[in-house]
Design a protein around this ligand. Structure first.
Ligand code: TRP
Length: 464
């Protein structure tokens, strides 16, 4: 990235940007959250709904965020305000950016706790703790870790420190270099694990589970979870992609870049599913057990396979790396904002925002043990943060961005940014104005109906 006095810094190359954007998108969301969401929401029914959400809602919103960032050349809040001004709209649109930055604190706090689990598992696998033990015993190791607040705190702290150090050193040096090597390696490692799964007795059951949706299982909860996850996994609704877009040069093709990010991110998630579910079915584990899923299934396989210790260490090291590149992107918008709005320099902005997130993370990790009976609206703190951000804040902020870009940004600007005209322009308008926003709104409406005790399917049947 090169900086000069008159303009905002720019990415060194298109490849550099793609790696960083993929680095943000690919993380715990793909490998930890996706499989357990699949397991909790009926398998194929979830995968199917998720793929649709990615294509018709996530993809256009990703483009919209990158576009606002590149036009606004600033942090998410200022960028929204600037683009609104350029279009003679109210700068109140900046509030959408604000909600995003707030969500960053909340997400990063629990994200760091899971990142800590991943670091901890590098050590556990490396010391042979899982070698030759039963699936039940692997489960006990995980439950033991959850019950130990000090242990969780230690690794959460290590993860957060890594994140802070990397972010403090700036965009290029931190993000670009390492991703080039490690992201592809993560892909290779997953492919190898899918290969291992192919020879297990659970493979065909896993294929069936993931890719033969029972459409009757698709209900409001599944749809809302799938939508929320589409936002989470693509790093949307939080201003991350607005921030990143602000470093993106004019000459870069947004549509193409966004497609690459979406394809890579979805590919990694599906690979993770194909790696994990054969192990689940071959060992009669429970697919719907929740956030512990990969930490209970994968070590079972690492414990059995030849060279499992080495492969396991490599795997959790790569997962930690992927988590770190995502965590940096969660901290980035906050730091960028503090840097621009306060006298703090980059290092101090990073430390201050990192420290606040760290403290919130402690509350999240205590909900697995000391504070497990403390509930907000029936959720423990961890689940509350996850649900509030994933199911509400991200989709709402994303809705704000797509409505803004679809309805309030001049067509001329859209043409310039996306280099589209004629039919492709028409398609963009239909998607940005109607399909994507209405999709999000329907999901919310069905959730509210569901809360009121109605099922969308019943209503449709009634009108049909
Ligand atoms: N997408 C990341 C993952 O899948 C998580 C993440 C990073 C994120 N930045 C984000 C989620 C911004 C929402 C918003 O692990």
């Amino acid at each position: 990235m090169s900086t000069n006095k008159h303009s905002h810094a720019q990415w060194g190359s298109r490849l550099g940007f793609i790696l960083a954007a993929v680095g943000s998108a690919v993380g715990l969301g793909n490998i930890w959250r996706f499989p357990y969401m699949v397991g909790q929401n009926g398998g194929g029914a979830f995968v199917f709904t998720y793929l649709i959400c990615i294509a018709v809602i996530g993809f256009p919103i990703l483009i919209a965020e990158l576009m606002v960032g590149r036009r606004g050349q600033s942090n998410p809040i200022t960028a929204m305000a600037r683009v609104a001004e350029q279009n003679n709209r109210s700068t109140a649109w900046a509030s959408v950016g604000f909600m995003g930055v707030l969500a960053a604190f909340l997400i990063l706090s629990f994200y760091s706790v899971i990142g800590g689990w991943s670091i901890n598992y590098i050590a556990k696998v490396g010391m042979g703790e899982f070698t030759g033990i039963s699936a039940d015993a692997v489960g006990n190791v995980f439950t033991g870790m959850l019950g130990d607040a000090k242990e969780l705190l230690k690794w959460h702290t290590v993860f957060m420190l890594f994140t802070i150090v990397i972010v403090a050193f700036g965009v290029t040096s931190g993000l670009e270099r390492a991703s080039k090597l490690l992201m592809p390696l993560l892909g290779v490692c997953l492919v190898a694990m899918v290969g291992y799964g192919m020879f297990s007795s659970g493979f065909s059951a896993a294929l069936d589970y993931l890719f033969s949706p029972r459409f009757g299982d698709i209900n409001a909860e599944v749809i809302l979870s799938a939508l929320g996850h589409a936002f989470f996994t693509l790093s949307l609704g939080m201003g991350v992609m607005i921030s990143y877009g602000s470093y993106l040069g004019r000459e870069i093709n947004l549509l193409r870049t966004a497609s690459i990010v979406v394809v890579m991110d979805t590919g990694i998630a599906l690979l993770a599913g194909l790696a994990i579910f054969p192990i689940v079915f071959a060992n009669q584990l429970d697919p719907s057990q929740g956030p512990g899923l990969i930490f209970i299934t994968l070590p079972v396989a690492f414990g059995k396979m030849g060279g499992g210790v080495i492969i396991g260490v490599i795997f959790f090291a790569l997962l930690t790396f992927a988590a770190l590149t995502s965590a940096m992107s969660l901290l980035e918008p906050v730091v960028e904002l503090l840097e621009e709005k306060t006298p703090l320099n980059r290092a101090f902005s990073t430390i201050v925002s990192g420290a606040v997130t760290w403290i919130l993370g402690i509350a999240a990790l205590l909900s697995f043990n000391e504070w497990s009976s403390f509930k907000i609206l029936g959720f423990n703190i961890f689940d509350f943060l996850d649900t509030l951000t994933g199911k509400f804040m991200l989709p709402l902020a994303g809705l704000g961005v797509i409505i803004f870009v679809g309805w309030f940004v001049h067509r001329k600007i859209i043409r310039e940014e996306l280099h589209i005209s004629g039919t492709s322009e028409l398609v963009w308008h239909i998607v940005a104005r109607f399909v994507a926003p209405i999709g999000v709104i329907i999901v919310f409406a069905s959730q509210i109906l569901d809360l009121l005790g109605y099922k969308l399917a019943d209503l449709l049947a009634y009108f049909g």
